[in-house]
Design a protein around this ligand. Sequence first.
Ligand SMILES: NC(=O)CCC(=O)C(=O)O
Length: 271
Amino acid sequence: MKVCLIQMNSRDSLVENLQQAENAVRSAVADTHARLVVLPELFTYLGGTKEGKREAGQVFPESGAYRLLQSLAKEYGVYLHGGSMIERDGDRLYNTTVVFDPKGSEIAKYRKIHLFDVVAPDGAVFRESDVFGRGENIVTYKVDDHIVGCSICYDLRFPELYAELSKAGADIIIAPAAFTLMTGKDHWEILCRSRAMETQTYVLATNQVGTYSENGEPRASYGHSMVVDPWGTVLARAQARTGHIVASLDFDYLNKVRADIPVQRHHVLGQ
Ligand SMILES: NC(=O)CCC(=O)C(=O)O
């Protein structure tokens, strides 16, 4: 199965971000003919202000970002994993992934479980829970015969979520992200490779890249989106610029890794 990860530089303009995403999906599909295409976290609106986030909130299924992804999935006949967008449900906002199948039908919706409430060592303050409600459900869906598990960005730091997705049968786990430059340079690759090795799955980690601002403060995302195989090897890696990467997933190889080191059968604690 061919997969394509799109690395974007989203900012605080919904209109410009949707144009950027549409152009990126069109050129990625034309270039790679991938079966599964993945966008990054908050591709519709990143940073900005609390009011801006509320205005950019998308009501499902009628709002623009939802319709755009639906029509692109159908036009190209691909599975489109919509990174995440700001979802508005009544008064509440969520950081939400929506996934469409090649007919343009919604097949999964995942709300980010672990919200990024952190003061980074460089003093940058992130308080996602000031804006977003927390998701409560573990979500998987199927691409052809393969189960795909959903996570978003900070979720990468919580191996118990990945263990649950693995128990649910995931062969692929997807992590759209807006991982910070500051933390990403030290942690991103190690986290992606660790989660892939522990779960013996393909991890598709699609990051934002470049600068934006949040409440007037400068922010930067790390880039370096990557596809990691179940052995922990990086199959494809983006640099620190917008664009896309492609990789072919080999499920015979996945089965071999699981047969060689059968960790899923050897858990004795907490399973
Ligand atoms: N958007 C996020 O969840 C950021 C997570 C992050 O940068 C980290 O270091 O963790």
